[in-house]
Design a protein around this ligand. Structure first.
Ligand code: TXA
Ligand code: MG
Length: 348
């Protein structure tokens, strides 16, 4: 990381009052949430919303989440609200749950990507909540990264990637959850006999949602491709990534090193092999800690200039749903076969 980049953090840092003022004036400001940093603008200002898309290089049909400061604001954005929203909101908000509901007619198409629905969440970060209270408006905020890349979990990550393009940042420290919110589609629930669907897994797992609403979620395949969480390759690091079972990890590692490749390895135990071309970091057996470190680790691995990153596939139950989803998507563009007996420079 260059000192020039690091030095720009103090200049971009804003107090809550300064951030509120910039946003009111149509600015785009990076804000902390408990999941990942967001790129925030006033959800009622079309020009500011357009800037979010241009800063992220995000296609216009990928809708934005509107962050609100209290449950009372839901009706300002959504209509035909199913009864089961209220126990969910009470149980999980503020927190890492985003709900999809039918939108109010006034909601800008820029936010919804032309869909008839709106994504809402109350984030659980003191600075985000202070800002929402100060502003009293909805804040449209996607993750503060370029489209398709790894989400930022610290102010420095945002500065490194988008520092030149934003109007400032509220530094709220490292994100405590570390992966994006669980997205639950409630817009399909017209009566209490139709069940919502999870569009993007996260820290709040299927079982916890089911326990809250007292019924089983629909697992029918989602038809829309408009949630990037549904795109197969997403959350992508620059270094090719392979997710491997513990049983094959050491042998694959040996093969790649024998081919002269530089390898990043994130695994629970130190590998038996030691090698100058191996950069090993220890992963956690705790899903919360793994999630908290995941995006930082992927960024660190990208900066190590290795040819390939190997990650030990975590074994676990429902608390790993979100992490496994991100790991699989982060590795989805890279096939294991293409790496065997071929140097990365030969890859097209
Ligand atoms: O944790 C999070 O959710 C973070 C923080 C900043 O709140 N935000 C975030 O935003 O991850 P973004 O834009 O990177 O991902 C939001 C996801 C996208 O997959 C988007 O397509 C989906 O939510 N989404 C938004 N509105 C939707 C809608 N009306 N219907 C279906 N999916 C929607
Ligand atoms: Mg995102």
């Amino acid at each position: 990381m260059s000192s020039q980049i690091s030095d720009s953090l103090p200049q971009l840092k804003l107090t809550i009052e300064e951030a509120a003022q910039k946003i009111t004036q149509g600015g785009v400001v990076a804000i902390p949430t408990e999941t990942v940093y967001g790129l925030a603008a006033d959800a009622s200002q079309p020009e500011a919303l357009k800037r979010i898309f241009s800063i992220k290089a995000r296609p216009a049909d990928h809708p934005l989440i509107v962050h609100i400061g209290s449950i009372d604001q839901i009706k300002d954005w959504a209509r035909d609200i199913p009864e089961m929203l209220w126990p969910l909101a009470k149980r999980f908000w503020p927190g890492p749950l985003t709900v999809i509901l039918k939108k109010q007619p006034h909601v800008s198409e820029i936010i919804t990507g032309g869909q008839d629905t709106i994504a809402l969440r109350i984030p659980n970060h003191p600075k985000a909540l202070q800002l929402l209270v100060a502003l009293k408006c909805g804040l449209a905020a996607p993750s503060a990264n370029s489209f398709g890349r790894v989400s930022p979990t610290s102010a420095q990550h945002v500065i490194d990637e988008l520092g030149d393009d934003i109007d400032g940042i509220v530094d709220g420290g490292d994100c405590t959850v570390g992966i994006e919110s669980t997205i639950l589609d409630l817009s399909v629930v017209k009566t209490n006999s139709e069940m919502p669907k999870i569009l993007r897994p996260g820290q709040i797992c299927q079982q916890a949602i089911q326990d809250c609403i007292g019924s089983t979620l629909s697992t029918a395949r989602q038809q829309t491709t408009r949630a990037p969480g549904m795109l197969k390759a997403h959350y992508a690091p620059q270094t090719p990534l392979l997710l491997l079972k513990k049983s094959v990890l050491e042998s694959q590692l040996k093969d790649y090193l024998a081919q002269g490749l530089k390898v990043n390895l994130w695994s629970v135990s130190r590998p038996i092999i030691e090698h100058d071309n191996l950069f090993w970091q220890q992963s956690s057996v705790d899903s919360g800690e793994f999630a908290r470190k995941l995006y930082h680790q992927l960024r660190l691995f990208d900066s190590s200039q290795a040819d390939i990153t190997l990650i030990q596939r975590p074994q676990g139950l429902s608390d790993w749903e979100g992490v496994l989803d991100r790991l699989e998507r982060a590795g989805a563009s890279f096939s294991q076969d293409i790496w065997l007996n071929k140097s990365p420079k030969e890859q097209s």
